[in-house]
Design a protein around this ligand. Structure first.
Ligand code: NDP
Ligand code: 8X3
Length: 252
């Protein structure tokens, strides 16, 4: 029987790359995001190319009700999830704390922390019942360090780091693996979202060095997901070679 991966935030960037890689490896997929057309297109192309089954579920992770209703309404056979990739997330703004936008703060905390928790509550419940599973949380270098004006985004990713550790402790007795993958700069839609559609500003983030691409992180996620049953990778930080720390990028 094919294994199942549930990937949140599969409409773009790391989540989409991860969906492609897991499909190539023969996984059936549950893909989530808010942009239904993108989910449907991706599902169709993965089904055509790899002959895997793909269920799509369109909802906003910030809504506790949407998360619970959409996931719980999946047919029973889809609830035997082997791998959950808690990837949906975003940054909004890059402002000093005194000038921060309260709506941006709410969006980041509601998405990156509360959304991740709502998903985890449902899926970890299935995993406990099933007696197997692997939760892979996408943190960030921003969950390991704090950088100027990163304040609330960094706090939200530090929370992911703490939750990753907490989940591992609580789920240990159920044999469920828990891993965090913490990327440095990856060129995706991330900066466009952070700068609210300002593509010039977004492009500048990745100028003068080779950033990671989404496939680099998908391959890391696949690596941690494909270790033998007795091996768990707790935590992994993946950076572009030209990036030593959150703010230390060598632009040649
Ligand atoms: P993208 O913007 O390319 O993708 C983000 C994904 O998250 C989209 O599929 C988006 O789907 C989904 N998402 C965002 N908000 C919501 C929401 N409220 N409800 C449901 N889905 C949502 O960015 P990345 O691929 O780069 O980001 C993926 C993860 O990686 C994030 O957690 C990010 O913080 C983290 N990360 C990114 C880094 C980078 O440099 N790019 C570095 C370190 C970590 P939709 O809009 O359709 O809802
Ligand atoms: C995304 C990378 O450095 O912008 O998490 O926080 S960074």
């Amino acid at each position: 029987m094919a294994k199942i991966a549930l990937i949140t935030g599969a409409t773009a960037g790391i989540g989409e790359a991860c969906a492609r890689l897991f499909a190539r490896e023969g996984y059936n997929l549950i893909l989530t995001g808010r942009r239904m057309q993108r989910l449907e297109r991706l599902a169709q192309s993965l089904n055509d190319k790899y002959n895997v089954q793909v269920a799509v579920s369109c909802f906003d992770v910030r809504s506790r009700q949407q998360v619970t209703e959409n996931l719980q309404s999946l047919p029973e056979q889809w609830k035997r999830v082997d791998v959950l990739v808690n990837n949906a997330g975003l940054s909004q703004g890059l402002d000093p704390i005194d000038q921060g936008n309260l709506d941006d703060w709410d969006t980041m905390i509601d998405t990156n922390v509360k959304g991740l928790l709502y998903i985890t509550k449902v899926v970890s419940g299935w995993m406990v019942e099933n007696g197997f599973g692997h939760i892979i949380n996408i943190g960030s270098i921003a969950g390991k360090e704090v950088y100027p004006n990163g304040n609330v985004y960094c706090a939200s990713k530090h929370a992911v780091d703490a939750l990753n550790q907490g989940m591992r402790i609580d789920l240990l007795k159920h044999g469920i693996k828990v891993t965090a993958v913490h990327p440095g700069a990856v060129e995706t839609e991330f900066s466009e979202v952070r700068f609210k559609g300002d593509t010039n500003r977004a492009k500048k983030v990745y100028e003068g060095f080779d950033p990671l691409v989404a496939d680099d992180i998908a391959e890391t996620i696949w690596f941690v997901a494909s270790r033998p049953k007795h091996v768990n990778i707790n935590d992994i930080v993946v950076m572009p070679t030209a990036q030593a720390s959150a703010t230390n990028i060598f632009r040649g």
